[in-house]
Design a protein around this ligand. Structure first.
Ligand SMILES: *Cc1c(COP(=O)(O)O)cnc(C)c1O
Length: 393
């Protein structure tokens, strides 16, 4: 085989369900010199990353660790550490990621009760209470931002529910962290996991995990060792703690990148960042609706970082995505599971959430739709610009 040429990836605009665009300074951090995983310089990087992660998660939790692996590794970390065979868990299922939680919990030998509502809807905490049927549980699990459906789950009332059920509250914050408010301590979340490539705008590869003090006790009182040696938090905690005991080689350069992306999040300020995501999403929604497209998620349950939009009659969704990629270098996502072929998923996450990307996406989509004979009802750009102007942009 002839040796391939060096890589020369295209510069895309990433407006799918993740990864999102990565800021140039984060890419530069990745290219910094690799040092050893016990180098004093790197130990400082680790301390900074942990302190910044706590600030972004709004928690004081001692156990706050970026796991080596993507968001799903964070999910798996929480389940394998907190569950033992026979434990009962209650999982909200209204999309792909709740479904995945059930599968991971089952593989841990747990007895899983799924609380189901239609895809595209949020839960009412009473639906969980009803499904719990008066029994006790080890975990109550809920996805904060369902990336497959574009639904934001209000977490009010879930702490109280978990207390009634004798359970810990586990939250998937993969798509919410850095894009919408996440208040780990204030909301009484016991265990949380996230991912780097959504609203934190770092490449995929790390999964921040944080456990409350009482969750850490559950870990210490396990009857059996954690089934996964690689994801065992009691072992990894000794590397991230003061002992600095080797467990596995930390992905050094990925942690440089996370360091830079967390620094960007905190220098922007969490409130300003959440507002930016909200304003750009509202401009996008106004533009899509002006074109005559339907947003299936109710206004109050819509997730700013990820918008689901229905494919109109007679339009081929994959052809539109190909047009956007070929002509505009613009990536948006298709539907997952039962929504495949029926919707697009448009991300405005982290570094991708800009007014310029909103107008680019609306113009590109409008051109791709016209190419298939769909006539947008109104001008999407003036609708979007109206929203941006009224928000001072
Ligand atoms: C992306 C995502 C995951 C999984 O993360 P990977 O990085 O793809 O492993 C889990 N939960 C939610 C809500 C997600 O959006």
């Amino acid at each position: 085989m002839a040796t391939p040429l060096p890589l020369d990836p295209p510069t895309r605009v990433l407006m799918g369900p993740g990864p999102s665009d990565v800021a140039p300074s984060v890419l530069r951090a990745l290219a910094a010199p690799t040092v050893g995983h016990l180098d004093p310089y790197f130990l400082n990087v680790m301390d900074d990353v942990r302190a910044m992660l706590r600030d972004v998660l709004r928690t004081g939790n001692a156990v706050t660790i970026p796991m080596s692996g993507t968001g799903s590794a964070g999910m798996e970390t929480c389940f394998v550490n907190l569950l033992e065979p026979g434990d009962a868990v209650l999982v909200g299922v209204n999309g792909v990621f709740g479904t995945r939680m059930c599968e991971v919990a089952r593989r841990c030998g747990a007895k899983v009760t799924a609380v189901e509502v239609p895809w595209g809807r949020a839960f009412d905490v009473d639906q969980f209470r009803k499904a719990a049927d008066g029994k006790q549980y080890r975990l109550v699990c809920v996805v904060h931002a369902e990336t497959s459906t574009g639904v934001l789950q209000n977490l009010t009332g879930f702490r109280g529910l978990a207390d009634e059920l004798g359970a810990l509250l586990l939250v998937d914050a993969v798509t919410s962290l850095g894009g919408v408010a996440v208040e780990m301590d204030e909301w009484g979340i016991d265990a949380i996991y996230s991912g780097t490539q959504k609203c934190l705008s770092c490449p995929p590869g790390l999964s921040p995990v944080s456990l409350s003090a009482c969750t850490t006790k559950v870990l210490q009182n396990r009857r059996s060792p954690v089934q996964s040696w690689y994801l065992d938090l009691s072992l990894i905690g000794q590397y991230w703690g003061t002992e600095r005991v080797y467990h596995h080689t930390a992905p050094i350069n990925m942690l440089y990148a996370l360091h830079e992306s967390l620094r960007l999040v905190l220098s922007e300020g969490l409130k300003a960042r959440h507002r930016r995501h909200r304003v750009h999403a509202e401009a996008l929604w106004a533009g899509l609706e002006a074109m005559g497209l339907k947003l299936p998620v109710a206004d109050g349950e819509r997730l700013a970082p990820l918008t689901v939009v229905e494919v109109p009659e007679g339009v081929n969704e994959a052809t539109v995505r190909k047009h956007l990629l070929d002509v505009y270098n613009l990536e948006i996502g298709g539907g997952l599971g039962p929504m495949k072929g029926k919707v697009w998923r448009i991300g405005l996450m982290g570094h991708s959430s800009t007014a310029r990307n909103v107008t680019l996406c609306l113009s590109a989509l409008s051109s791709a739709l016209r190419a298939q004979g769909y006539q947008p009802a109104d001008d999407p750009l003036s609708a979007a610009e109206h929203v941006l102007a009224s928000c001072g942009e």
